[in-house]
Structures are given as structure tokens and as C-alpha cells.
Design a protein around this ligand. Structure first.
Ligand SMILES: Cc1cc2nc3c(=O)[nH]c(=O)nc-3n(C[C@H](O)[C@H](O)[C@H](O)COP(=O)(O)OP(=O)(O)OC[C@H]3O[C@@H](n4cnc5c(N)ncnc54)[C@H](O)[C@@H]3O)c2cc1C
Length: 458
């Protein structure tokens, strides 16, 4: 029997996609090409996946885990000769535990479905990102996704209490812990969080839910200097007593393009400031929280920390503000660009951005270097454009952005992962001994190197 015949015996015709149907599926949300692989396998549960992986292991067949394919680090890219395994049929929400405040789901459930389910119980999964409708819980766990509320609730890792994963040889590791505290030996779930499908295929998870906040306050601020950006972050965080949930900064060049006459957004604040910041709080008492929020803003305006502010007066106005921050695609309109995701201690940010700009201008007369990000989390996104998005131009752009991270001990990936895209730069952020331990873990768990091979490191 061929490998695909054996696999079909496990998953049936419904669970197997072959021939042109493979390439007819897009390789990623922002990738125009189709999927290049010999087959896409769609197991319906952990048991089926376990059997599929033990067959693949027997045949030394390379396999690539697929979630919603919204990843931004080429972690789910396949080649001819490889097989993709998709979680798209593992979409059941198994349980909501209102008392323990947990939700148990299969890995293929889209993030947004989990958010909606939690809301029915007045609870919240505190992980949110622009790709919420398409990305999956398995993908969020495997990339340790970040998003817009990290400053208050942490990254995906902080919302995973337990999980189940299948190892390369088909062994099932069920570690569906529901408690906040469990120090009984190694915390094995961490092996599968943020490891981009290289150590195991996540099949199910127990996620921690929080009480749904009943108050929300948002403001768009204008500031003149990066020192004020830092001062304002500390001031608001201190004054808000734990309620600060977002501190999203747009450099002027980001704000200018997104609110230009070619877009659908009107600038809520004039264009003459250096930085624009969306500050948001989540709490439990709207009247009290709003009074405190507005008082803090008034004092900051009087004291000159902030130069201008606009508070949305309705949910529609609030989502308009956020849509400015989220409309990254405006920067993709004229010419090829590439998005970067890096992190560093906040105190180094201004100097880092200056250095990146200096690097760009040393190589190109005309270039785009648009900056925005989750500054409260130390995370910047940079959109670089130099007229070409390939070969040498990309490598040079990468050097301009990654090299300055060395001296400040920054990270080449803040929240998107390493995948194929950044593996050449991993050693900027991780020592030789760290990478060697990563390799040893990989060898121990996947000695035949069949699971997502070549991602993160060779
Ligand atoms: C518009 C937009 C906005 C975004 N905003 C953010 C943001 O704010 N923060 C952020 O962190 N990311 C963001 N992303 C990136 C992306 O949505 C996340 O990385 C997301 O977690 C990927 O989930 P996915 O299901 O699409 O995974 P995929 O893209 O399918 O896979 C990503 C990686 O995980 C592996 N994988 C997938 N499923 C499994 C599984 N079940 N078991 C083991 N490995 C698996 C894949 O092999 C691959 O290495 C954004 C993307 C877009 C398009």
C-alpha cells in the first residue's frame, strides 16, 4: 500500500485532498500562490491524527501543520514532496466551565468563534488580533500569538491552561490541565506553545477565560516626542490601577498615509504631531472608570505630556479610531513592501528607529520605513519598501532592521514567530547554547525530523 492509501484508510475520502485541488487552495492569507504539497490531510480528531502521524513517521514523510494560514513568518509553507495536515475539521467547542472559567476546544476552532462562545457566558478570551475570523486556536498556540491586549492579559501562552498534542511518531500527550496552579513536574504544554508545529501537532486546548469587562474607555492622543510617549505610558498605567489594556502607537508616517485623502479615514487629529497613540482601558464600572480616565487625560493635557486628544463618543467612533490603527493595507497600495515584527526594551525604541532609518537612507535614496506597534509590549512593526520585495533587496532590508537589534538585545520576532522567514537571523536573538538546546529538544521529540522540518532552524 502507498502512504496515501494507508492514510485514506484512516481519514476516508473526506479527509484527503489530492491532485489539482491541493494547488487550488491558497498557501496563505496574503500569499497569491497555491499550496505546493502532495496532499492535504484533514483528520477529524486526535485519534485519526495520531494514526496519520504514525504512518507518516513510518514512511519518513515530512508533514506541515496547517491552521488558518494567517501566519506571517512562513511557518506553514509547504513544498512538493511534503504533506500538509490541516486542523480544519477539528472545530468542536467541547465545554465551557463557568465556575472554573475555562473553555475546552479542538485546535481548528477559529479564534473569533471562541471569543463569541465565551461572550455567551459573560466571559472573555483575552486574546484578539486582526485575523480573528480565520486564524485558529491551534495556530494561535503554535505561534504564541500576541495582539491588542497583551499589556493587560499577556500573550496566548498566558491563556493556555492545558493542551493535547500528537508527537511525530503518533504518541498522544494529553495534558488538559484546568487549574491555574499545577507544579507537578515539568509543564509539558510549554513545549508546544510558540514552537510553530515543530515539536508536535496541537489537537485540543483548555483556555483560561476572564470576566468580561463591563466598562471601556478609549482615546486617541497626539504627542510631540518619544520621551512623552514613554512618560505617558507610565503615567496612564500607574493612574489606571491595572485597567490599561492597549497602548498602540503610530508614528506620523503611518497616521499620515492611513488618514490621507486616498483612504476611507478622516484624520481625527491634525497631522502636525510626531506620534499618535490609542489608549484603551477595560474595567468594571463605566461611570467611575470614565471619570478617572478623563481626569487623568485633563491633568496630562494641562501638564503638557499630551498635546491633543480625541475621545470617541460612541461605539462607531471608537471602531473608526481602531480602524485607522488596523488599516495596515493602506501601506501596501503603492509598490511592494515587507512587514517586520521586532521587539526591544522601550527605552531603546527611539534610537533603534533612528538607526533603522539611517541604514535605509545609506542604501536607498527613496524608501519607505513606516513604524507602528504595540509599544506598551515593547513590540514594533515596521513596513519597509525599497522598490523590490525579493532577493538582495529583501536581504538588505532585513539587515537594516535586524542588525541594530544585536547591541540592544532585541528580538527578531516579537509575536509572529520565526518560520522560514527569519531563521537566518535567529542567532541575533538567541545564543548558541539556546539554539543547541532547541535542536536537542527537536531531536528528542522528532528524531526523524518529519514535523515542519526546516522551520525556525535547520
Ligand atoms: C490581518 C492580520 C493581523 C494579524 N495580527 C496579528 C497580531 O496582532 N498578533 C499576532 O501575534 N499575530 C497576528 N497575525 C498573524 C497570525 O494571525 C497569527 O500568527 C496566528 O496565530 C496564526 O494562526 P493560524 O491558525 O492562521 O496559523 P497558521 O498560519 O496556519 O500556522 C502558523 C504556524 O503554526 C503552525 N500550526 C498551525 N496549526 C497548528 C497546530 N494545530 N499544531 C501545531 N502547529 C500548528 C504552522 O505549521 C505554522 O508554523 C495577523 C495576521 C493577519 C493576516
Amino acid at each position: 500500500m502507498t502512504i496515501l492509501e494507508e492514510i485514506e484508510g484512516v481519514v476516508g475520502k473526506k479527509g484527503l485532498i489530492i491532485g489539482d485541488d491541493v494547488f487550488n487552495r491558497k498557501a496563505g492569507i496574503w500569499i497569491d500562490d497555491g499550496i505546493k504539497a502532495d496532499a492535504i490531510i484533514r483528520p477529524k480528531d486526535t485519534k485519526e491524527l495520531s494514526k496519520v502521524l504514525s504512518i507518516c513517521n513510518k514512511f519518513d514523510q515530512k508533514v506541515i501543520p496547517h491552521g488558518g494560514l494567517t501566519g506571517l513568518a512562513e511557518g506553514a509553507i509547504t513544498q512538493k514532496g511534503q504533506i500538509a495536515i490541516s486542523s480544519e475539521r477539528m472545530t468542536s467547542i467541547e465545554e465551557v466551565d463557568e465556575i472554573g472559567r475555562t473553555i475546552t476546544v479542538q485546535a481548528g476552532v477559529p479564534l473569533e468563534k471562541v471569543q463569541e462562545e465565551a461572550e455567551k457566558y459573560n466571559l472573555m478570551l483575552p486574546v484578539d488580533l486582526g485575523a480573528r475570523g480565520s486564524c485558529t486556536i491551534g495556530g494561535n498556540i503554535s505561534t504564541n500569538a500576541g495582539g491588542n491586549m497583551v499589556i493587560k492579559y499577556g500573550m496566548m501562552r498566558d491563556s493556555v491552561l492545558g493542551l493535547e498534542a500528537v508527537l511525530a511518531d503518533g504518541q498522544i500527550i494529553t495534558s488538559m490541565n484546568k487549574m491555574l496552579k499545577n507544579n507537578s513536574g515539568y509543564d509539558l504544554k510549554q513545549l508546544f506553545i510558540g514552537t510553530e508545529g515543530t515539536l508536535g501537532f496541537v489537537t485540543r486546548a483548555v483556555l483560561r477565560l476572564r470576566e468580561k469587562p463591563t466598562s471601556i474607555n478609549t482615546v486617541l492622543l497626539a504627542l510631540d516626542s518619544f520621551d512623552e510617549v514613554i512618560e505617558c505610558l507610565k503615567y496612564m498605567d500607574k493612574g489606571l490601577g491595572g485597567n490599561l489594556s492597549a497602548y498602540e502607537v503610530m508614528w506620523r508616517n503611518f497616521y499620515e498615509v492611513v488618514t490621507s485623502s486616498n483612504s476611507n479615514h478622516n484624520p481625527p487629529l491634525p497631522l502636525n504631531y510626531s506620534y499618535y497613540v490609542i489608549v484603551e482601558t477595560l474595567g468594571a464600572d463605566q461611570d467611575k472608570d470614565t471619570a478617572l480616565f478623563e481626569e487623568l487625560l485633563e491633568v496630562a493635557l494641562d501638564g503638557g505630556i499630551i498635546k491633543d486628544a480625541v475621545i470617541p463618543q460612541s461605539e462607531t467612533e471608537r471602531s473608526k479610531l481602531w480602524s485607522i490603527r488596523d488599516d495596515v493595507e493602506q501601506h501596501y497600495k503603492d509598490g511592494p513592501v515587507k512587514m517586520f515584527d521586532v521587539s526591544m526594551p522601550i527605552s531603546f525604541m527611539e534610537k533603534y528607529v533612528q538607526e533603522v532609518n539611517a541604514n535605509f537612507s545609506a542604501h536607498w535614496n527613496e524608501y519607505k520605513c513606516v513604524v507602528f506597534g504595540h509599544v506598551g509590549d515593547g513590540n514594533l512593526h515596521i513596513i519597509g519598501g525599497v522598490g523590490s520585495n525579493e532577493g538582495e533587496a529583501t536581504e538588505l532590508m532585513e539587515a537594516c532592521i535586524y542588525e541594530p537589534l544585536k547591541s540592544i538585545k532585541g528580538a527578531v520576532s516579537a509575536e509572529h514567530g520565526i518560520g522560514l522567514e527569519k531563521k537566518n537571523y535567529l542567532e541575533i536573538s538567541r545564543s548558541e547554547t539556546e539554539i543547541s538546546l532547541m535542536r536537542n529538544l527537536k531531536k528528542a521529540l522528532d528524531p526523524k525530523n518529519i514535523l515542519n522540518p526546516g522551520k525556525i532552524f535547520d
